[in-house]
Design a protein around this ligand. Sequence first.
Ligand SMILES: CC(C)(COP(=O)(O)OP(=O)(O)OC[C@H]1O[C@@H](n2cnc3c(N)ncnc32)[C@H](O)[C@@H]1OP(=O)(O)O)[C@@H](O)C(=O)NCCC(=O)NCCS
Length: 170
Amino acid sequence: MQPAPRFPITTERLLMRPLQPDDLDTLAEIYQHPLVSHWIGPHTREDVQREITQQIGYQSTYGWSFWAVEDRASGRLIGDCGLQPFDHRGPDPELGYDLHPTAWGRGLATEAAHEVVRQAFGPLDLGHIVAVVKPEHRASQRVLEKAGLRPNGMREAYGELMLLYEADRD
Ligand SMILES: CC(C)(COP(=O)(O)OP(=O)(O)OC[C@H]1O[C@@H](n2cnc3c(N)ncnc32)[C@H](O)[C@@H]1OP(=O)(O)O)[C@@H](O)C(=O)NCCC(=O)NCCS
């Protein structure tokens, strides 16, 4: 049987669980916020719907995917964080996250990313994970550094040259 975390995953302030089709309205609002699309590119509602379907597929194939991130205090869906096949090609699992701007600046992306790394090298039994980030995206680079990933040069991904970050279980 494929290794899998026990859902829901909880941290001090967050709850994480697999994405589901009825997350569409909130996730589309997050992906379409100008401060978010500035970094992840434009998304139509249909794009977001396709991504949710894709993530649900990754979850059943691999036992990991981008998970919904809820604020435990309010129960509100504030974004996603998790692993997907690198550049949707693999084979490495790639860490990523997207939070609503109202949730930024409180260490929540770091808290979520740190927990995904813990799940990756614990219950999911992965040996190696990667992440890619635009060279000018300092906030995201800080999140990766604080979650324990280290920079390792550049890598072409999503049609552009990105900074590559990596972490190993050992
Ligand atoms: C990147 C993102 C997830 C960060 O979320 P967050 O919850 O604010 O992140 P955290 O609070 O955990 O940490 C952010 C860190 O970046 C730092 N930071 C924030 N803005 C910064 C900037 N403009 N320049 C340099 N550092 C910055 C913060 O000070 C903090 O570091 P610190 O703890 O050392 O002070 C959020 O901005 C986001 O969802 N962006 C849109 C989607 C996205 O970019 N996804 C990642 C694509 S690679």
